[in-house]
Design a protein around this ligand. Structure first.
Ligand code: ZN
Length: 292
């Protein structure tokens, strides 16, 4: 009797706790970056790696594209070795070779994960599948042909705006508040309903295919800061066939990537993109914890 009760209890607990808590299985992460304009990837990539290295379950590799290796086709990371690719590419990045694009599309479609950091939504406006993965992006000639603008309107509803205009803008860096829109999403569970971030660039007027996007958090882009006067998507997930994407507009430079708001959402978003489950706790001092 006692034995069956015990077994029953254990079974019930096991149902409530994600499998990954019982698993020491490594999550294999690849950070991809390369020469770009406007962002110092040589400085931010090592910080992103240090942040990920704080979680023993993450095993982190790095791959850097170049103009030459993209041109001659030799840039070809083996995506199949990884659970998630953290994209720290940016505006002006060289186009990946066609075969590499195809391999990445296949990796994602078959259930891979991607994390799009800040300017990673700026690159490759003409790579159709990549734009589906990021959902929305900016600059690089993006306009109404790229897809709608995406906002949350004053009633709290997702709003797709197909009006003409360029995609991507931001005012001066400033501190802004994030408003959680999906409090029960695994990445957001346990975070306060609002929290501050910055000074950072608050991207606005992003546009793209905007398919299968879940807006996890928004930031109000005020007109005083040359913004839109709308609630702009700041943290998102996108499903791409069987693949999962976590998209954060935060993290312009080293200082911003060391903020508690960035660190916690980045770590949890990376775990989610890799596994669909989040076990990394929210820091007790969030978002004011120090990253050293
Ligand atoms: Zn930036």
């Amino acid at each position: 009797m006692i034995r069956s009760l015990l077994l029953f209890t254990l079974a019930s607990v096991a149902c409530l706790v994600p499998n990954s808590l019982f698993s020491s299985e490594k999550i294999k992460v690849l950070i991809a970056d390369g020469p770009q304009k406007a962002h110092k990837y040589l400085d931010t990539t090592p910080v992103l790696m240090q942040i990920l290295d704080k979680i023993p379950r993450f095993e982190v590799d790095h791959s850097r594209s170049s103009k030459e290796s993209c041109k001659d086709g030799s840039y070809m990371p083996d995506f199949s070795k990884y659970d998630v690719v953290v994209m720290n590419e940016g505006f002006g990045a060289a186009d990946w070779p066609k075969a590499t694009q195809k391999a990445f599309e296949e990796f994602m479609a078959s259930g891979g994960g991607m994390v799009s950091i800040h300017a990673a939504n700026n690159c490759w406006p003409n790579w159709k599948e990549y734009n589906k993965m990021t959902g929305i992006g900016g600059w690089g000639g993006r306009n109404e042909k790229s897809g709608p603008y995406l906002y949350i309107n004053s009633e709290g509803k997702v709003f797709r705006d197909t009006s003409k205009g360029k995609g991507g803008a931001h005012g001066p860096q400033h501190e802004f508040e994030l408003i959680v829109r999906e409090k029960d999403h695994p990445i957001m569970k346990g975070l306060p309903p609002t929290f501050n971030h910055g000074p950072d660039e608050l991207y606005d007027r992003l546009r793209g295919p905007a398919e299968n996007v879940t807006i996890l958090a928004t930031a109000f882009s005020s007109k005083e800061k040359r913004g839109t006067g709308r609630h702009e998507p700041a943290l998102m997930t996108i499903s791409y066939s069987k693949g999962r994407v976590f998209h954060t507009i935060l993290g312009h430079h080293v200082k911003q990537t060391k903020e508690g708001s960035f660190v916690t959402t980045f770590l949890r978003g990376t775990e989610w993109a890799a596994t669909g489950v989040v076990t990394i706790p929210v820091h007790k001092d969030f978002p004011n914890q120090k990253f050293e």
